[in-house]
Design a binder for this molecule. Structure first.
Ligand SMILES: [Zn+2]
Length: 443
């Protein structure tokens, strides 16, 4: 009886999490996919077709599933075996540690955790949707959205990406999924493969950014502010109290701090004359167009929104000054920063973490008056234990003489093997302790 209970508990421990905090993310949303090959890096999957008809149990390492459109339906084969045509296909993970390897025709390979749904779009190409645990998605987003080496950088990105996601769960509701994997929503270009990024994401478990009333805030971010962030109403319409322009010297001397762009004098002037009906022969106008400066951020140039100029000339930012090169008859734009400038500067964040600022003070610097809210159901002991296990894996890696690792031998597999071992040991110890009382349950 007792043994049966333990087995049941063990089964529950490895079964896919049954709670509702999952997301559906469309993958390769920027590509037209004419065919797809799926292989398996870790764990096993069940392959289902229309109405949950099981086509193949336990597809895993060494097998590959090929899917292509065929006369308005999906043709599926496993290795070389033909399985017919259907309207929808599902690859369902049998465990929490399962990794799919997606190779759409003409695209670079990516790997993802969780389940995969394949269907046909109206234009006859494939739609791929990853049904995945919410926090696994967040870790993948963090890896795609920011660079760095310190865990607080990833913790901060995880908090703002989680906050954004929770605010925008219905973004693609009409299309039957939550998010796309492109910058339209948040970049999700792969599963998280780096344990150091995972530590930052795990440490942020349950943390979101809220306003004074406890509501989730908008959390826009950009690569580099150029030294000063922008007010939300200067870039978009709404003036939000937590998206205020702040001085940001932390964004100086980083990869994207400064840029230069040269545009021919004729093109620059005719743009303002033709597109914005500005009299460029008027000396005052001409002087402003050729000698415009921004010591601090401005919003318009001769009434034209800088955001419009940025978009029309594909500039890295609106934070630029103009000078003339009379030899080449061109204007030279000297700009600062990269991105819209509203909210958090990622490179400013990287610098601040490097200087030892705490993650919450960095978030307060960029989101005026915002507060970190901790979900009361978050389990600090779980977070601590998970982070410690990952730290152990990083330490093991450091001590390895070679960097060569097998495809399967990445942190997720190792983490789960580690957990399995610990669980087995726990059960073993518990069984030993209970041996003496076992007779009580024999009835
Ligand atoms: Zn989107």
């Amino acid at each position: 009886m007792k043994r049966l209970l333990l087995i049941l508990l063990l089964l529950l421990a490895v079964a896919p999490a049954a709670h509702a905090d999952r997301v559906r993310v469309r993958l390769f949303s920027g590509n037209k996919i004419n065919s797809l090959n799926v292989s398996f890096d870790l764990g096993t999957y069940n392959l289902f077709a229309d109405g949950d008809q099981l086509l193949e149990a336990m597809v895993g390492e060494g097998r590959s599933v090929h899917i292509r459109p065929d006369d308005g339906r999906l043709h599926v084969s496993v290795n070389e075996d033909d399985y017919g045509t259907y309207t929808t296909l599902h690859l369902m993970a049998t465990d929490t540690a399962c990794i799919l390897c997606l190779n759409p025709e003409g695209c670079k390979q990516r790997t993802y955790e969780g389940n995969l749904e394949v269907s046909l779009l109206k234009n006859g190409t494939l739609q791929l949707v990853n049904d995945v645990e919410f926090e696994t998605y967040i870790a993948g987003v963090v890896q795609s959205e920011i660079y760095g080496t310190q865990s607080d950088i990833f913790r901060i990105q995880a908090i703002i990406s989680r906050t954004w996601a929770l605010r925008n769960m219905k973004k693609h509701a009409a299309e039957g999924y939550n998010f796309c994997d492109y910058v339209h929503c948040q970049a999700y270009q792969n599963r998280c493969i780096r344990p150091d990024i995972m530590i930052g994401a795990i440490q942020s478990t349950g943390e979101t950014l809220v306003d004074a009333d406890g509501h989730l805030i908008e959390t826009p971010f950009h690569s580099n502010s150029g030294g000063q962030t922008a007010n939300s109403e200067d870039v978009w319409k709404a003036a939000l109290p937590y998206l205020r322009s702040v001085q940001d010297t932390f964004s100086f001397r980083m990869r994207q701090s400064d840029w230069v762009k040269t545009i021919s004098l004729d093109r620059w002037l005719s743009y303002f004359r033709k597109t914005h009906k500005i009299n460029v022969d008027d000396s005052a106008n001409r002087s402003e167009l050729l000698h415009f400066t921004q010591e601090s951020r401005k919003v318009r140039l001769l009434g034209v929104p800088l955001t419009r100029i940025r978009s029309d000339f594909q500039l890295k930012s609106t934070f630029f000054s103009v000078s003339v090169d009379s030899v080449t008859r061109s204007v030279v734009l000297h700009g600062h920063g990269f991105g819209h400038g509203v909210g958090l500067s990622q490179e400013g964040t990287i610098r601040m973490v490097g200087l030892g600022y705490s993650y919450d003070s960095i978030l307060r610097h960029y989101y005026t008056g915002a507060v970190i809210h901790l979900d009361p159901t978050a389990n600090p002991a779980y977070v601590e234990n998970y982070a410690a296990q990952l730290a152990r894996i990083i330490e093991e890696d450091k001590n390895k003489k070679t960097q060569v690792r097998s495809k399967k031998d990445d942190w997720l597999g190792r983490l789960f093997r580690l957990r399995d071992r610990e669980e087995r040991e726990e059960v073993y110890i518990e069984e030993e302790q209970n041996n003496e009382q076992d007779w009580q349950y024999e009835w």
